[in-house]
Design a protein around this ligand. Structure first.
Ligand SMILES: [Zn+2]
Ligand SMILES: [Zn+2]
Length: 252
């Protein structure tokens, strides 16, 4: 009686591929998010380079260089979109198979004193979560080693395709950015004070400056690593992660 339904369920069990399109931003870049719990940073990569330059086996986070297979880099909203698209596909497939089974059963029933009839009443359709690409990020980078193009808000240090450390270039960028932030901070403080009050203005400015300081420390760490690997015998030295931020190890 349920031949179609059983056939479709068996197909689903073996795995089916459902074509979906992920929207790109106005510059042709695709949103990506680092799967590392301690990072979860968002960046973008030109779709063309994601398709042609990035390997399936490994992608590098542009912000922390975490490595993971290409399937692991969806953003939260992309994951919701993909899950709801898959649920809608399963629902549609199952309902269609049940309807076909019911129609076949009903057409085979001979009218009699008691007549059996199968009706399929579909439940509420699964809503596909709408997905839009985040706005274009302000800074676009091109890897000096492989030419892959990626984008981030502020400095990004690593090429998602080859992991090349571009910290020398991005450290310069961050310094310029921080200098202009500090130069503009009196105006920003005054604007916050006008909109809220002096306390909010002071707290917000202190928080932004502290955040800038920690970005400078992290950035200097990447910068030092990028310069270190340029030394001829650097590969013979075993280094711990974040040596600059762990001075106790240097003096141990
Ligand atoms: Zn990361
Ligand atoms: Zn690269």
């Amino acid at each position: 009686m349920f031949d179609n339904l059983l056939r479709e369920l068996r197909k689903l069990e073996q795995g089916v591929s459902v074509p979906v399109s992920i929207p790109l931003d106005g510059h042709g870049y695709m949103d990506r998010q680092c799967p590392a719990d301690e990072c979860q940073g968002q960046f973008k990569i030109l779709f063309e380079d994601w398709r042609d330059k990035v390997r399936d086996e490994v992608v590098y986070c542009a912000l922390c260089r975490h490595e993971a297979p290409a399937t692991e880099w969806n953003t939260g909203s992309q994951r919701e979109f993909l899950a709801s698209t898959a649920q809608a596909f399963v629902q549609q497939t199952v309902q269609q198979a049940m309807r076909q089974d019911a129609n076949r059963f009903n057409s085979q029933v001979k009218p009699d004193f008691v007549t059996l009839r199968l009706d399929v009443r579909p439940g509420a359709p699964v809503t596909i979560v709408p997905l839009a690409a985040a706005d274009a990020m302000r800074q676009e980078w091109t890897c000096e080693a492989c030419g892959c193009r990626y984008a981030a808000i502020g400095a990004a240090f690593f090429c998602p395709a080859c992991g090349h450390n571009s910290a020398v270039t991005s450290f310069e960028y961050l310094l310029t950015h921080v200098r202009s932030f500090i130069a503009g901070s009196p105006a920003a403080r005054a604007a916050l004070q006008n909109a809220y009050d002096a306390d909010v203005a002071n707290d917000s400015m202190r928080m932004m400056l502290e955040n800038t300081l920690s970005r400078l420390v992290g950035s200097f760490q990447h910068y030092a690593e990028a310069l270190f690997v340029q030394l001829p015998n650097s590969s013979t030295v075993k280094r711990r992660k974040n040596v600059f931020q762990n001075l106790s190890w240097v003096y141990a």
